[in-house]
Design a protein around this ligand. Structure first.
Ligand SMILES: Nc1ncnc2c1ncn2[C@@H]1O[C@H](COP(=O)(O)OP(=O)(O)OP(=O)(O)O)[C@@H](O)[C@H]1O
Length: 325
């Protein structure tokens, strides 16, 4: 018997919810809201169910932006935390699966349609080879998918966004030193995220005796660059796309991702055609003796509008061995 299922993608800024009548059903009542509107995840789910006018689904799969290592779940970039068993009991669910949001997005990769993807360089993917996935949003999600012949593909549940960021130019090194004074450890997420874009802009201002404009939001940086032609904002975006190319190339080398590298998250899609012409691709391939290995690997930008991670969350519910409480 099919059970109704609630599906969620919970980021540091936005929560996306939908539901299905059972496995393979279409996604209904897609809902995207700022997490800040709700005191807790449970409150957001209850608001969704009320607005959609449905009964509480019987099962749920939640992709969430933090490591999931036990019953206690605490978000990295938001003050939401909960016990999986307590949430399951409070919502009266017969089954609850909680997994990292980029692990869920990795599971969705085989379900993405060409309309959901835009290719940035490279050739055709090598069938059956591993794929890499990373996406700057509130934080930097990193994952990958290893295909299995029986369809039980293996999504990776890593925290690669917190790996140390490497500089490739004297300017990048200078900026990392400025960020290191502020944060101590400069992870990839310290630059490749919304706050990272703001911090890059600040660091460039600091270097240029505080030219440019005071900004507090990443959307101000992109607006300054694209609407006002602000030189420092364009330089911040170029640094962002260059660092993203470096990190994406490292991921491709580390995983042997000849099946391609997918770019999720909310920021890259907002850079539009500018991103396709940026230094991203050159930096993706700039790995010395391994340039020829990387050159044929396709990269794709995932359109976030269809909430692709919800399809991956649904796939997690189709897999009994993925557990749940
Ligand atoms: N036009 C824009 N230019 C640059 N950054 C933007 C723009 N609009 C929104 N952002 C930033 O994108 C980030 C949100 O991205 P996303 O929609 O992927 O959120 P999320 O899923 O909640 O994040 P995560 O999964 O990383 O926790 C925020 O930092 C936001 O400020």
């Amino acid at each position: 018997m099919a059970h109704t299922r609630l599906l969620a993608d919970i980021g540091g800024t936005n929560i996306r919810l939908g539901w299905q009548a059972g496995p393979g059903d279409a996604l209904h009542d897609l809902w995207v809201r700022p997490c800040a509107q709700f005191a807790s995840l449970e409150a957001a789910i209850r608001a969704y169910v009320a607005e959609a006018g449905i009964a509480m689904p019987e099962e749920a799969a939640l992709g969430i932006a933090n490591p999931v290592t036990g019953d206690a779940v605490r978000m990295t970039n938001r003050d939401w935390s909960f016990s999986q068993s307590a949430l399951r009991a409070a919502l009266g669910l017969r089954r609850l699966v909680v997994l990292n949001d980029f692990t869920a997005l990795a599971l969705a990769i085989p379900l993405l349609t060409p309309q959901m993807l835009r290719q940035v360089g490279g050739g055709a993917p090598v069938a059956g080879a591993a794929v890499g996935l990373l996406g700057p949003g509130t934080g930097l999600g990193v994952s990958g998918l290893v295909f299995a012949p029986d369809g039980m593909d293996i999504p990776l549940a890593g925290e690669g966004g917190h790996a140390t960021l490497a500089a490739q130019t004297p300017l990048e090194w200078e900026l990392l030193c400025i960020l290191q004074r502020r944060y101590g450890h400069v992870s990839a997420e310290r630059v490749l995220s919304g706050q990272g874009l703001v911090d890059l802009y600040h660091a460039l201002r600091e270097r240029s005796m505080f030219g440019g404009t005071e900004v507090s939001q990443p959307e101000h940086v992109t607006a300054l660059a694209f609407d006002a032609g602000d030189a420092l904002a364009l330089q911040a975006l170029t640094l962002f796309s260059g660092f993203l190319g470096t990190v994406a190339g490292d991921l491709a080398l580390t995983l042997g991702a000849r099946g391609g590298v997918y770019l999720g998250g909310g920021i890259v899609p907002r850079l539009g055609a500018w991103f396709d012409q940026s230094n991203f691709r050159a930096r993706f391939e700039a790995k010395g003796r391994f340039q020829a290995y990387l050159a044929p690997i396709p990269c794709w930008v995932i359109n976030p509008d269809a909430a692709p991670a919800l399809y991956g969350a649904a796939r997690a519910l189709d897999r009994p061995q993925d557990g749940g409480n």
